[in-house]
Design a protein around this ligand. Structure first.
Ligand code: ADP
Ligand code: GN1
Ligand code: MG
Length: 366
């Protein structure tokens, strides 16, 4: 590390005196710290300090988007009678009024107000919490329904273009730069056998059979802050990938993560399955917020979206494994391969449950 958090935070408009910082959260992309500050005759205050992953993001475009989205959401939240300080992220500006700071070594930093008295879960602890997360992501979708998407940069091109992800994967197999294809033979075969999935949603967006909306695009359960007492969703965070997309991406990705009966990197695959009870809970919460605008074609594709998003992330983990683990944070050499195996196991389970999932959707839509 060529930087000291105590030095970085001096460039931001933060009240109080630096005490200490600690690594925070379980995100796969940015480096996140909770940083504590002492104030006169008041309790200490903490902030979220993040080193932006500039391998993945253009910091300028990223923070342009996050600023626009949070400003917009604050207005909406105020109009709804919510709390704009707690119900969306608040960017702490630098001393010269910018949304991020670029250090001499080229690292880029941003600071958010720490939203206290909330928790993030790494798995769905109960159906109520997961239903509430569905409601919160559905509500987020509604809040952004009138947002002018043309103002946003596409910060990661083709983020949920599964066809493009598949082509990148095939190139990685062909190049085999780390000599890892032998180890991943059966997973590679799994992906090749399911190529047909790739175009299902992207082609319907292209033909306008399903509407393009402004979506979150990374709706994991740990990207929502939850009230630990009531279990209600307080704030949708990780707004880095808010871009035009399909509501199906958000729905499918939440279930990929939260309806998995195990963690995303569980290696004991006998623990990995798709919980229909969790799926029902999430769907109930989500539909309660989006039912006015959800089209019949979208509704029909809700179950399939869970397959597609699980398949897509599995492809991304596998591609990253083949390319030498340059994208997702990993803790050990096989980590991405293990994650891919886990996701593909889940894909198979969802495939066997599609009819039941469709019946749940029909039941909840009434
Ligand atoms: P990444 O992009 O790496 O996933 P996130 O922005 O999701 O990073 O942040 C990682 C974790 O930090 C979150 O899962 C959450 O636990 C915590 N976190 C992020 N922002 C805040 C905030 N404003 N207040 C409290 N906790 C936060
Ligand atoms: C990353 O940033 P984080 O950890 O919330 C990734 C998602 C993947 C997810 C898999 C910008 O999410 O697309 O679905 O890991 N985010 C980005 O856990 O690539
Ligand atoms: Mg995150």
């Amino acid at each position: 590390m060529g930087y000291e958090i105590s030095e970085i935070v001096k460039h931001f408009n933060i009240e109080g005196e630096y005490i200490y910082s600690e690594n925070y959260g379980c995100g796969h992309i940015n480096d996140t710290y909770a940083v504590y500050f002492k104030r006169e005759s008041q309790p200490p205050l903490r902030y979220i300090v993040q080193r932006i992953n500039t391998e993945i993001f253009d910091e300028k475009k990223l923070m342009h988007n996050v600023t626009l989205v949070t400003d917009y959401l604050k207005e909406r939240i105020t109009a709804e009678g919510g709390n704009p300080e707690r119900n969306t992220l608040s960017i702490v500006k630098t001393n010269d009024g910018r949304s991020y700071f670029e250090a001499e070594d080229g690292s880029c930093w941003r600071v958010y107000i720490f939203i206290e008295n909330t928790v993030t879960y790494q798995s769905a602890v109960n159906e109520k919490v997961f239903e509430n997360s569905g409601r919160a992501f559905g509500h987020f979708q509604r809040q952004l329904s009138d947002f002018d998407a043309s103002k946003l940069y596409e910060v990661i091109t083709d983020f949920h273009n599964t066809r493009k992800r598949f082509e990148d994967f095939k190139n990685a197999v062909k190049a085999d730069i780390k000599g890892r294809t032998t180890e991943a033979k059966s997973e590679i075969g799994f992906v090749m056998d399911r190529e047909k999935y790739c175009d299902e949603i992207i082609s319907k967006l292209g033909s306008k059979e399903i509407p393009l909306r402004v979506t979150h695009n990374d709706t994991k359960l740990n990207n929502i802050l939850i009230d630990p007492v009531t279990g209600e969703g307080i704030c949708i965070i990780d707004l880095d990938t808010v871009m035009p997309g399909s509501l199906l991406y958000d729905f499918g990705d939440s279930n990929r993560f939260g309806a998995n009966t195990a963690l995303e990197d569980e290696t004991d695959l006998s623990k990995v399955s798709f919980s229909l009870d969790m799926f029902r809970a999430y769907t109930k919460g989500f539909i309660s917020e989006v039912s006015d605008t959800l089209t019949d074609t979208e509704a029909e594709l809700l179950p399939f979206s869970c397959i597609l998003m699980t398949f897509e992330v599995g492809i991304r983990f596998l591609t990253d494994y083949l390319e030498g683990d340059t994208y997702f944070k990993t803790t050990h050499a096989e980590h991405n391969l293990e994650r891919a195996r886990n996701q593909f196991h889940l894909v198979k389970d969802i495939e066997s449950k599609l009819d039941e999932m469709q019946a749940i959707v029909s039941d909840l839509r009434g």
